[in-house]
Design a protein around this ligand. Structure first.
Ligand code: GAL
Length: 669
């Protein structure tokens, strides 16, 4: 049966709303101000459990009834939480076995949130009883247009090492491997006398005195993603049985939740929803924002998706929580919309005055409506409303980048060539270079159909199955241009090294023979023969059929090729054997994009990397998004109707410093 789609008029504008933190006399003002700001979708009951089930099996829905009714009367739709994200005190007091166990065997106490083991039968039973009650009460409520299962599943509690988890892990392994001999082979337990004779001997990878078995660690990541997903499935199953409203949960696709392999979750969502917060600990937080948005669209297979949470200003959980600059709220929001979001929602509506998040920004700040932040929120609401015609249109990219959670887990394992470099470092550096070239990038899973693309970039795809590698190789043979970076093709699905020269199943296509890794210490600069600089990584390799475009001029791999290009079939495959500095990486990717005929969505007078350009295409029009975070105006070669300022653009579009514009183009190109 086809699943119901999330239907909303235009682009949704909204927030998490936690009315339980306030007296009811505040609610009327909330709703009045929501209408003033243009809010038309709010997420309720996200952390509602102790309010709606104050004692075991005793439900108290009066307050939720009241607020749902008020919102509905005001024309504001509700994205209703199942309320299972944070357990009430009575539950963990009666069932302390629900509390998650850390890898050292210590329990994590309640007092924060998400203090539950994903494999706990007691948690499962109690949470589904709650979901049944919520679905029964609100499954046909006219305000409810979307179900919001739990909250950021796996954010804090993804990896639990308790006995319930151990039992569930064994069941999962038996299902995967069938017999213990197959498991022993898969995990390489011949090493260090680790061979298992019985399933009961297997434990979660609890803290050990030395490095643990990497095959076991990898499978524990997979198991843990599946265990959390099974909670989603169980809740969704109840909701779908009792209600026709579409179901989703809010992902957090990179940087913060690393333990969910969302490629294996995506099909279960009626609409993809993502939460994104700028992380100022990263080198380039704005490019990471764009990457997360492109990855969300990838999970949605190109369909519109929802930005379920972001912040109007500072968060509260980084060491230094930066406020947004004037204009940044609009720019960040439209960066998501440009990349396919049909919802712009925030955590949260009214800034809390108590609790751990009292210093987190909100749509309505502590300062109230007499504030620049509130005025920006209202302005954004107006822009989102004006962009209603954009809803449903899609981004079309000519190039893709491959992203893999399994590679992340496998590459960042305990014993590896260098701890100075992780999987995401390569992914972010590569994406940042593409972003600064102004290229529109689809993010795809390993093994995805590549036929729509002319250029495919593969950063550090450490773990790759033969069949996944074959898709890329066949696509290159048929004429595609690929750029593969180091640490790709290192292990197979069972974390077994593809021996015979690194890059394994990509080796022939790349035309190289990698003999040895030669990482270098942080702070050491490597020189390449073409004048480029690089850091952290080198390798001893020789070109077999490839042409060496540059070699290492110094360092432990001096004389080895560092950058190669191989003609393969009708196509071309580049290999980058080091972490190039940003300018050099940009130059290589620009050459590959040029060769493949991939260009930015429009031309501008701005230097490369200054302005973000993305086109969404609808049935009757196309929309060019231009985001200019720089301190200077930029001019873009586009004609049509500019929606943000309601202006006709006859000649060229001038985008003032720090602003964002969206042009409905005259022709669908
Ligand atoms: C998200 C979470 C919200 C809120 C927000 C703060 O991870 O879903 O409930 O905590 O972060 O940034």
């Amino acid at each position: 049966m086809p699943r119901p789609a999330f239907a909303h008029d235009g682009i949704a504008f909204g927030c998490d709303y936690n009315p339980e933190q306030w007296d009811r006399d505040v609610w009327d003002e909330d709703i009045r101000l929501m209408r003033e700001a243009g809010v038309d979708l709010v997420a309720l009951n996200i952390f509602g459990w102790s309010h709606i089930e104050p004692r075991p099996g005793e439900f108290a829905f009066e307050a939720l009834d009241d607020i749902l009714g008020r919102l509905h009367a005001a024309g504001i739709a509700v994205n209703l939480g199942t309320g299972t994200a944070s357990t009430p005190a009575w539950l963990t007091t009666r069932h302390p076995e629900i509390l998650p166990m850390a890898e050292d065997g210590t329990r994590r106490y309640p007092g924060g949130r998400q203090a539950w083991c994903p494999s706990s039968p007691a948690y499962r039973a109690a949470s589904l009883r709650l979901v049944e009650a919520v679905a029964e009460r609100y499954g046909t409520h006219p305000a409810v247009t979307l179900w919001h299962v739990s909250n950021e599943l796996g954010c804090h509690n993804a990896l639990c090492y308790c006995d319930d988890s151990a039992a569930a892990f064994r069941v999962w392994l038996a299902d995967r491997y069938g017999d213990i001999a197959t498991l022993n082979r898969a995990w390489g337990t011949a090493f260090w006398s680790q061979t298992y004779g019985e399933w009961d001997e297997i434990l979660p990878p609890r803290a050990a005195l030395s490095a643990r078995n990497p095959g076991q660690l990898l499978d524990f990541h997979r198991f843990s993603s599946d265990a959390v997903r099974s909670q989603y499935r169980a809740e969704a199953e109840v909701l779908r049985r009792m209600s026709d409203v579409p179901v989703t949960t809010n992902f957090m696709v990179t940087a913060h939740i690393e333990n969910m392999d969302y490629w294996t979750w995506a099909d279960e969502m009626d609409v993809i929803a993502n939460d994104h917060y700028l992380d100022h600990r990263l080198g380039d937080p704005v490019s990471e924002l764009a990457f997360a948005a492109d990855l969300s669209r990838g999970l949605a297979e190109g369909a519109p998706w929802m930005l379920m949470e972001h912040s109007t200003g500072a968060v509260n959980w980084q060491p230094l929580n930066l406020a947004k600059d004037p204009g940044q709220l609009v720019r960040n929001s439209l960066t998501h919309v440009a990349r396919g979001a049909d919802a712009v929602c925030f955590f949260q509506w009214r800034a809390s005055v108590q609790g751990a998040e009292k210093f987190h920004s909100a749509m309505l700040p502590h300062a109230g409506t007499d504030s620049a932040l509130w005025r920006e929120v209202v302005e954004l609401g107006r822009i989102v409303e004006d962009l209603r015609e954009v809803a449903g249109s899609r981004v079309v990219a000519e190039m893709a980048m491959v992203f893999s959670w399994e590679s992340w887990w496998a590459a960042d394992t305990e014993c590896r060539p260098s701890h100075a470099l992780g999987y995401l470092d390569q992914v972010h550096a590569t994406y940042a270079a593409l972003h600064s070239l102004g290229l529109t990038v689809d993010v795809v899973r390993p093994g995805a159909d590549l036929s729509a693309y002319r250029l495919v970039v593969v950063p550090g795809l450490h773990l790759v199955r033969a069949a996944e590698a074959a898709v890329l190789v066949d696509w290159v043979v048929a004429g595609g241009t690929a750029v593969v970076t180091f640490s790709s093709g290192i292990v197979d699905e069972e974390d077994r090294v593809w021996a015979g020269g690194y890059t394994g199943p990509f080796r022939e296509m790349l035309g190289i023979h990698v003999e040895e890794f030669a990482p270098v210490a942080p702070g050491v600069d490597l020189a390449l023969t073409d004048g480029s600089r690089a850091t952290l990584w080198s390798e001893r390799l020789r070109a077999t059929t490839a042409t060496a475009l540059a070699a290492f001029a110094d360092g432990p791999a001096a004389g080895s090729a560092a950058l190669t290009r191989n003609a393969w079939g009708e196509g071309t495959a580049y290999y980058i054997a080091t972490l190039l500095d940003p300018a050099a990486l940009r130059a290589v990717l620009a050459e590959a994009a040029d060769a493949a005929g991939v260009a930015p969505a429009a031309t501008t007078d701005a230097p490369a990397g200054v302005v973000d350009l993305v086109r969404r295409r609808g049935d009757d029009a196309s929309y060019l998004f231009v985001i200019n975070p720089s301190a200077h105006p930029v001019t873009v070669d586009v004609r049509g109707h500019e929606i943000v300022t309601a202006t006709t653009i006859e000649d060229a579009l001038v985008v003032p410093a720090g602003t964002a514009r969206v042009v409905r183009e005259e022709t669908v190109s």
